[in-house]
Write a protein that binds this ligand. Structure first.
Ligand SMILES: Nc1ncnc2c1ncn2[C@@H]1O[C@H](COP(=O)(O)OP(=O)(O)O)[C@@H](O)[C@H]1O
Ligand SMILES: Nc1ccn([C@H]2C[C@H](O)[C@@H](COP(=O)(O)OP(=O)(O)O)O2)c(=O)n1
Length: 281
């Protein structure tokens, strides 16, 4: 990113999952982005955050870190008798995110993910972690532990408002609008045709050099659909569109198009909120 534009100023925001902070009375503008796998959530969320000068939290990274921690200890996430061991790991693991924003609006920000201080950004995106992550995310106590860590991180963001000048927060996942940020100022539910999502995911794997030999679009599509089904039908905070969320189908949109649509909606709501607060004074 920096090498493409020498004049580009990098803005780094680091989060830790175990901060000691107090939530401020006034909170930053919150954008919740949910949706099925590979619908474009994290790409869109990061770019929206960059355009608006907001913070960004990728909650899927937390479930991926817990899955990686379990697999590294030889625990099989598909074996239900291992659920309490995985829950203990979810509680004891330290998860950190570091997002590097750029002042060039078209450059994609990058998020580094740390598990117990080790950079696991690539390891958490492997096929093995992706295969098991939905089973891990379905374990109730794992969700409780992650929810606490995510809320702590969100509170850190709120407490830094004013110091960092970042006046808002964008969070993406599966239960952001329904559970994590139920009072978010804007809730987006991103969807896209599963074939389109599979093609995009395959392209992304090929670009990053992590595409496994022989992996084809049908296999990726089936895996995405299997994970969506698990995420939608689990008991603990399943993937669903919040009643007050705006659905955005990205199948025929460009990344810039979907980012523009959300940024414009944030501006519209901020304007409406400030005119209603000034008329009530
Ligand atoms: N409108 C779009 N057109 C083309 N590619 C897209 C679009 N939206 C997202 N992508 C690409 O699709 C892939 C999956 O997006 P990602 O943001 O990782 O999804 P999610 O966070 O929902 O899993 C990424 O490679 C991203 O660049
Ligand atoms: N808030 C969240 C975020 C992710 N999850 C689960 C659901 C997904 O299968 C995994 C991984 O999420 P992630 O967003 O990284 O996955 P994709 O990039 O969409 O494939 O975690 C969740 O249950 N709740």
């Amino acid at each position: 990113m920096a090498s493409r534009n020498i004049a580009t100023r990098l803005i780094t925001r680091t989060f830790s999952s175990s901060p000691k902070v107090t939530q401020k009375a006034t909170r930053p503008f919150q954008v919740a982005i949910d949706g099925p796998a590979a619908s474009g959530k994290s790409t869109t969320a990061k770019m929206v955050a960059q355009r608006l000068g907001f913070d960004y939290i990728d909650t899927g990274a937390f479930y991926r870190c817990v899955t990686l921690a379990a697999l590294s200890k030889g625990i099989d996430p598909s074996n239900q008798s291992q659920a309490s061991q995985i829950s203990n790991l979810a509680q004891s693991s330290h998860i950190g995110l570091k997002t590097v924003f750029s002042t060039s609006p078209s450059s994609l920000p990058t998020t580094r993910v740390f598990l117990d201080k080790k950079d696991v950004s690539s390891e958490i995106r492997t096929g093995t972690v992706s295969k098991h992550v939905s089973a891990v995310a379905a374990i109730g106590p794992v969700r409780e532990a992650v929810l606490q860590k995510v809320r702590d991180m969100g509170a850190t963001s709120a407490s830094q408002e004013g110091n960092s000048g970042r006046a808002g927060l964008v969070m993406d996942g599966r239960d952001i609008g329904t559970v994590v940020l139920p009072n978010a100022d804007l809730k987006i539910f991103l969807v896209a045709d599963s074939r389109v999502r599979a093609e995009r995911r395959l392209q992304e794997l090929a670009k990053s050099g992590s595409k496994e030999e022989g992996l084809d679009v049908e296999t990726v599509q089936k895996d995405l659909e299997r994970r969506d089904e698990l995420d939608r039908t689990r008991k603990a905070s399943p993937l669903r569109k919040a009643d007050d969320a705006v659905e955005l189908d990205t199948s025929h949109l460009t990344i810039e198009g979907q980012v523009d649509a959300i940024v414009q909606e944030v501006h519209r709501r901020q304007k409406a909120a400030s005119s209603s607060s000034s008329s009530s004074q």
